[in-house]
Design a protein around this ligand. Structure first.
Ligand SMILES: Cc1cc2nc3c(=O)[nH]c(=O)nc-3n(C[C@H](O)[C@H](O)[C@H](O)COP(=O)(O)OP(=O)(O)OC[C@H]3O[C@@H](n4cnc5c(N)ncnc54)[C@H](O)[C@@H]3O)c2cc1C
Length: 324
């Protein structure tokens, strides 16, 4: 492992004013549960780690008139245990409780979870120079691809590993970003980018931009939400396929519905076509499966991951039916 220095900024401005004169010179660190693993495995070799935990006041869950604000440095444990989140945004509560181990949830943060790097075994292998690391091939496309993307792949078949991203997008969350140019707040849905936009990264952030806060609007009257996650093992594991569903329900129908899948694509994957097919109709297993099948027609499974289409139907109808 190469030596590195640690910078301890006291303000976000000190981070955004860093001069990025050399690619990958600086890396931001929150809880370090993912970043330090990447450094130990020699996947990345930054000269300076910028420890965001030295900046005060980035860990909070605040309930305000127009919704809830969650600081990027809020720990996953705090999110998982928060009563307001549990009562108003069950999908987020369920996702926070579904992930990793208690130790990782103590160290890991909301911002770090949303910005974590992919778990693809070719990407995580220091001996392999895949396209995401500047090489010319995606080895998953013809190699071992059981856990890889069935949608949105092409140049690179990673799946986005964050369990928080699908429910937050379903809940219409926004991301506030501090930037050297101009701070901005954007829908979290627009935060993630496909490999065809930039195969080297998974979101829009530049190296000296900081994800500062997540904002979730007040839940509408009658709004319900849930997060269902299918894992290969009973103990801690990433989602093989997951579904976040949010909507207002009356008389067994969704008046409005938002569906976001995890584990199927390099970004959290919105199923707009399925939403339109389900909205306003009596919810049955048959209807939801049909809607999922229709929406997943564009999926292009690889040799070993065709099973994810069937799993997506299953996880979606279980999630949708649990809300009506
Ligand atoms: C054994 C194991 C099991 C796991 N299981 C799950 C699981 O089931 N579900 C799941 O979702 N995750 C899982 N994870 C991943 C875990 O949730 C992440 O490692 C953790 O959330 C990362 O948070 P962190 O604060 O430690 O981030 P760090 O490791 O500090 O950072 C991760 C990345 O995000 C960037 N970053 C961090 N904060 C910011 C910020 N505010 N602004 C801009 N960039 C930032 C860093 O530069 C880095 O690239 C697992 C990890 C392990 C090791």
């Amino acid at each position: 492992m190469k030596d590195f220095k640690i910078a301890e900024p006291q303000t976000i401005d000190q981070v955004t004013s860093l001069t990025i004169d050399k690619k990958d010179m600086y890396k931001l660190m929150a809880g370090g549960t993912d970043l330090l693993a990447e450094i130990k495995d020699e996947i990345i070799e930054p000269e300076v780690i910028v420890d965001l935990k030295s900046i005060p006041d980035l860990s909070y869950i605040k309930n305000e008139n127009n919704g809830v604000r969650i600081g990027a440095l809020t720990s996953l444990t705090r999110l998982a245990e928060d009563t307001l989140i549990k009562n108003q945004y069950p999908a987020l509560h369920e996702a926070a409780n579904s992930m990793a181990t208690p130790q990782l949830r103590n160290m890991g943060t909301v911002g770090g979870n949303l910005c974590q790097r992919p778990r693809c075994w070719y990407y995580r292998d220091p001996q392999i120079e895949c396209r995401k690391k500047g090489g010319t091939s995606c080895f998953a496309s013809r190699g071992k691809n059981k856990y890889h993307a069935i949608l949105g792949g092409g140049l690179c078949y990673i799946v986005h590993p964050s369990d928080l991203a699908p429910p937050l997008i379903a809940l219409d969350a926004e991301a506030s970003i501090s930037s050297p140019k101009k701070d901005k707040t954007i829908p979290l849905e627009n935060f993630y980018i496909l490999p065809k936009v930039n195969v080297r990264k998974e979101n829009i952030l530049e190296p000296n931009e900081v994800l500062r806060e997540i904002r979730i609007p007040v839940a509408k009257k009658g709004e319900k939400s849930t997060y269902h996650k299918l894992k290969e093992r009973g103990t801690w594991d990433f989602a093989v396929v997951s579904a976040a569903v949010k909507g207002t329900v009356s008389g067994g129908t969704f008046r409005d519905i938002k569906i976001v899948l995890g584990g199927v694509a390099p970004v959290p994957w919105r199923l707009t076509k399925a939403e339109n097919m389900i909205k306003g109709k009596k919810v049955t297993e048959d209807l939801v499966r049909k809607a999922a099948r229709e929406a997943l027609k564009e999926a292009k499974p690889l040799d070993e991951n065709g099973y994810k289409k069937e799993l997506a139907e299953i996880v979606l109808y279980r999630a949708a039916l649990s809300l009506v």
